[in-house]
Design a protein around this ligand. Structure first.
Ligand SMILES: NC(=O)c1ccc[n+]([C@@H]2O[C@H](COP(=O)([O-])OP(=O)(O)OC[C@H]3O[C@@H](n4cnc5c(N)ncnc54)[C@H](O)[C@@H]3O)[C@@H](O)[C@H]2O)c1
Length: 434
């Protein structure tokens, strides 16, 4: 069974099923299609499936031409899980959020697995890519697959291989980002290496699915903790009259032993604010507390309030109150040069200022209309930045520093600027660092 699967993966006759066609799943579809595999994409969102059939994209940094080429190479997307039986490999890339109690919400992963189960057949490999706590693949996926009478390691092969997508990063592609892979058994591992070896330049084997799951969490926790540290340093430096950005730039000239992280208005994105708490939750089962994770979470979550205090102080210095002031937030995506607003601290900042009575507007060239979000609502469109539009606001906040903003024009035309990203190193009377 294993040898036949590996042979199909090697000669590219294997059919690849990718479940969840979002920021992670869609680039993977394109890479497998480009490498010569026939790919079937599965999603529960019919709008995405229909857009792909028309050769359209719904992610800014993925060009429509790439979808059209995949379609020409035989890619089809569907909402019909019955087609999972056609696939030799099923790669799961669905969301792994937190519930309102900040505990792992595996409902998307388990819902996907339960929907796939009736269509599994001997000889397939299932790979989970969604970020999750150590043990998910072994404790949740493996027993479900075995409940179908398929022996994992003999009839079916199961691996965990975390995604390392960095949307908007032009230096790396899906092919050139090394990929970690751990299997439930040695045979699973061998099949996993064959699956990813066909499309990724360097596959890094680890000894178990748990090791692979924890690898991804370590990467994200490393970022969350270091961003928390630098956010705390920002507050200390500010009180001492030192510009933290100048300090980071200087420290980053050290050629070894220092990695620069940058402060901001808080943590955003689908991964860094969420994933660390998957480990916090699981560690409790072992009687352990993850203190660094909790502390970083606390520091990072307090950042929007820090910015609000800076805005309040800045307005106060010109005898204005937040209540009634016109405030323009620049950049609502969670990081620069992307169109992803998930968990964006800039949106939390907008809400806090609105609650204090400010008249809020935003400008973001990547998000022309305020996106539909589960927990946030603004009926707003992006304001076009001109000298006149900028001059019409009491305060302009540089929340996310997209390259497409004209920073000289903003500096020259805005009455008051609160800079959360260190764009303005030169001191000026109307610029406040936050
Ligand atoms: N976005 C990133 O940069 C990134 C990077 C590394 C890891 N991850 C991880 O990858 C996973 C997916 O993240 P994403 O950013 O691609 O999310 P996403 O929201 O962009 O995409 C998920 C897709 O899955 C679909 N979906 C949901 N339930 C489904 C189901 N039952 N069956 C089929 N499709 C379903 C949704 O409609 C959506 O299209 C998460 O675990 C995330 O933590 C994301």
């Amino acid at each position: 069974m294993k040898d036949a699967l590996i042979a199909k993966l090697h000669d590219r006759s294997a059919v690849i099923g990718i479940v969840g066609l979002g920021y992670v799943g869609l680039p993977l579809v394109l890479r497998f299609a480009e490498a010569g595999y026939r790919v079937i994409g599965f999603d529960i969102d019919p709008a995405k499936v229909e857009a792909l059939a028309r050769g359209e994209t719904y992610i800014e940094h993925i060009p429509a031409a790439a979808i059209a080429s995949a379609n020409a190479a035989g890619f089809t997307a569907t909402t019909d899980y019955a087609r999972a039986a056609e696939a030799d490999a099923l790669i799961i890339c669905v969301p792994t959020p937190l519930n309102p109690y900040r505990e792992p919400d595996l409902s998307f992963v388990l819902g996907t697995m339960d929907a796939l189960l009736p269509h599994l057949r001997p000889g397939q490999i299932v790979s989970l890519e969604s970020t999750t706590y150590p043990g998910t693949t072994d404790e949740e996926l493996k027993p479900r697959i075995e409940s179908r009478g398929l022996a994992v390691g003999r009839d079916a092969f199961v691996v965990f291989s975390p995604e390392r997508e960095d949307p908007g990063n032009r230096d790396f592609t899906t092919r050139t980002i090394p990929k970690v892979c751990g299997g439930c058994t040695p045979a699973c591992q061998e099949a996993g290496l064959a699956l990813y070896g066909g499309v990724i330049d360097r596959v890094v084997p680890v000894s178990s699915t748990r090791a692979a799951e924890l690898t991804k969490l370590l990467e994200n926790i490393h970022r969350a903790v270091n961003i928390g540290l630098v956010n705390e340093m920002k507050i200390v430096a500010d009180r001492m009259g030192i510009d933290i950005h100048e300090v980071i730039r200087a420290a980053a000239t050290k050629p070894f032993g220092f990695v620069p992280y940058y402060p901001g208005p808080g943590l955003g994105g689908h991964c860094i604010p969420i994933d660390p708490f998957y480990l916090t939750w699981k560690a409790r089962e072992y009687g352990l507390n993850t203190r660094f994770i909790e502390l970083a979470g606390e520091v990072n979550a307090a950042m929007p309030d820090y910015v609000v205090a800076k805005v309040t102080g800045a307005l106060n210095s010109v005898r204005k109150a937040v209540n009634g002031s016109r405030i323009l937030v620049l950049g609502i995506a969670y990081k620069k040069n992307v169109d992803d607003p998930r968990e964006s601290p800039c949106v939390i900042l907008m809400e806090k200022l609105r609650d204090l009575g400010a008249e809020i507007a935003y400008s973001d060239p990547h998000l022309p209309v305020f996106p539909k979000m589960r927990e946030h609502r603004f009926d707003l469109c992006s304001v076009e930045l001109t000298p006149d539009s900028l001059a019409a606001y009491d305060c302009v906040i540089v929340a996310t520093d997209h390259d497409r903003f004209d920073y000289a024009m903003i500096r020259d035309c805005a009455a008051l600027i609160v800079d959360c990203r260190g764009r303005y190193l030169e001191p000026a009377g109307h610029i406040v660092k936050a």
